[in-house]
Design a protein around this ligand. Structure first.
Ligand SMILES: NC(=O)c1ccc[n+]([C@@H]2O[C@H](COP(=O)([O-])OP(=O)(O)OC[C@H]3O[C@@H](n4cnc5c(N)ncnc54)[C@H](O)[C@@H]3O)[C@@H](O)[C@H]2O)c1
Length: 338
C-alpha cells in the first residue's frame, strides 16, 4: 500500500482529475476528493476507497474540517474554469475561481502545515509562441484572462514556496484528450469545446458536422496544429510529481505534451478511420487568439520526473475516446445516451 498520508484532490470529479484519482487509488494512495460538482461528475470517481466531499475550494471552514479530519500532506489542484472565450467576457468569474479560490486553499494549507501542491497549469500561460517547440523558459505572455489567472497562480506559488516553504510542481498541460482504456470514465464537458469529443459526437450522429475554424494558416494543410496529450499520460505525470515532491525535491514547472503536432484535419481524418464514419466538415473563419501551432518541448518532464508520453499515435488516442463513447455510459455521466 502507498503512503499513510492522504492526498487532497481538488476538482477530482472533473475530466483530468477523475483519471488521476483512479490511477492514484489503483496504486494504493489514500485520497480525499473535494469538488463542488459545478462541472464535475460524482460518477467519475469509480474507486470505492476514495473519500468524496462535495464543496467549494473557497470554503475555509470546510477546508479546515477536511485538513483536521485527514492527514493530508499533498494537494493536487485541478479545480478551475477553463473556457477561454468566457474568460474574456467575464474575467471576474475566472479570477475569483482560478485565483482567489486557490488562495483560500493555500491559506488552509498554511494553517495545517501541508507542504506540497501540484497545480494544473496550461500552455495558455505562454500566449502566442515566439518559437517552437515551446520549452519552459519560453516567455509567459498569456493573451486571455484564463491564461493570466493560471500564470498569476504560478507566481503566487513561487512566493509561497520562498516565504512559507510550500513546494509546488506546476504542470503545464497542452491539449488533454482520450479516455480510460476500458471506456468506464472519459471526457464529459458541458458545454464541450474540445475537438476530439466534438468530432466523435458527429461520428455517433449527435452533431451534424464539425466546424473547422480557419484553413488558411501557415501550416501544411492550413488548419491549426496542437499537441494532443493522452489523459492517462497526464495522470501518470501527477503520480510522478507527487513522488517527486514527497521526496523533498525543489519546486519546478514543466510541460506535459507529446512534442508532436497534429492538425485539425489530421484529427478528423484519424477519427474517421477509427470510427469508420464520415465526418462532415463546415469551413469556418479563424477564431481570434488561436495561434497556428502549439507544440510542447517535453524534455524537462522526462529529465526531472522520468516522464514520457506513452500515447503518441493519434488513432490509438482517439480509439480510447471512442471506447468511452461506445462504453456503458456512451460518453456521458448522469444520463447515459440512449
Ligand atoms: N482539459 C485540458 O485540455 C486542459 C489543458 C490545460 C490545463 N487544463 C487545466 O486542468 C484542470 C482540469 O481540467 P479539466 O478538463 O479536467 O476540467 P473539468 O471542468 O472537467 O474539471 C474541473 C473540476 O473542478 C471542479 N471545480 C471547479 N471550480 C471549483 C471550486 N471552486 N470548488 C471545487 N471544485 C471546483 C469542477 O466541478 C470540475 O469537476 C483545469 O484547471 C484546467 O484549467 C486543462
Amino acid at each position: 500500500m502507498g503512503d499513510q498520508h492522504k492526498i487532497l484532490v481538488v476538482g477530482g470529479a472533473g475530466y483530468i482529475g477523475s483519471h488521476t484519482v483512479r490511477m492514484l487509488a489503483e496504486q494504493g494512495h489514500a485520497i480525499v476528493v473535494l469538488d463542488n460538482l459545478v462541472y464535475g461528475h460524482r460518477e467519475a470517481i469509480v474507486d470505492e476507497t476514495v473519500a468524496f466531499i462535495e464543496g467549494d475550494l473557497g470554503d475555509a471552514a470546510l477546508l479546515d474540517k477536511t485538513f483536521a479530519e485527514h492527514a493530508i500532506d499533498a494537494v493536487v489542484h485541478f479545480a478551475a474554469f477553463a473556457y477561454v472565450g468566457e474568460s474574456v467576457t467575464d474575467p471576474a468569474k475566472y479570477y475569483l475561481n482560478n485565483l482567489a479560490g486557490p488562495l483560500v486553499l493555500l491559506e488552509a494549507m498554511r494553517r495545517h502545515g501541508c507542504p506540497n501542491f501540484i497545480f494544473s497549469s496550461t500552455c495558455a500561460t505562454y500566449g502566442n509562441p515566439q518559437y517552437l517547440p515551446i520549452d519552459e523558459v519560453h516567455p509567459q505572455n498569456p493573451i486571455n484572462p484564463y491564461g493570466r489567472s493560471k500564470l498569476m497562480l504560478e507566481q503566487v506559488l513561487q512566493d509561497y514556496d520562498q516565504a512559507y516553504g510550500i513546494k509546488n510542481v506546476c504542470l503545464r498541460y497542452f491539449n488533454a484528450c482520450g479516455a480510460s482504456e476500458d471506456g468506464i470514465i472519459g471526457e464529459d464537458h458541458d458545454p464541450e469545446t474540445h475537438l476530439i469529443p466534438l468530432v466523435l459526437e458527429v461520428a455517433v450522429g449527435i452533431r451534424e458536422s464539425i466546424t473547422v475554424f480557419g484553413d488558411d494558416y501557415d501550416t501544411p494543410d492550413g488548419t491549426c496544429i496542437r499537441d494532443y496529450i493522452h489523459i492517462l499520460d497526464l495522470a501518470r505525470a501527477h503520480v510522478l510529481a507527487l513522488d517527486y515532491l514527497r521526496s523533498g525535491r525543489p519546486s519546478m514547472a514543466c510541460n506535459l505534451g507529446t512534442g508532436i503536432g497534429q492538425s485539425v484535419r489530421e484529427v478528423i481524418a484519424a477519427a474517421e478511420k477509427v470510427t469508420g464514419k464520415t465526418v462532415p466538415v463546415v469551413q469556418g473563419k479563424r477564431r481570434e487568439g488561436d495561434p497556428p501551432r502549439l507544440v510542447a518541448a517535453p524534455q524537462k518532464a522526462n529529465d526531472i520526473l522520468g516522464w514520457e508520453a506513452a500515447y503518441t499515435d493519434l488513432e490509438a488516442i482517439i480509439q480510447t475516446a471512442w471506447n468511452w463513447m461506445q462504453g456503458p455510459r456512451k460518453g456521458r455521466y448522469g444520463d447515459p445516451r440512449g
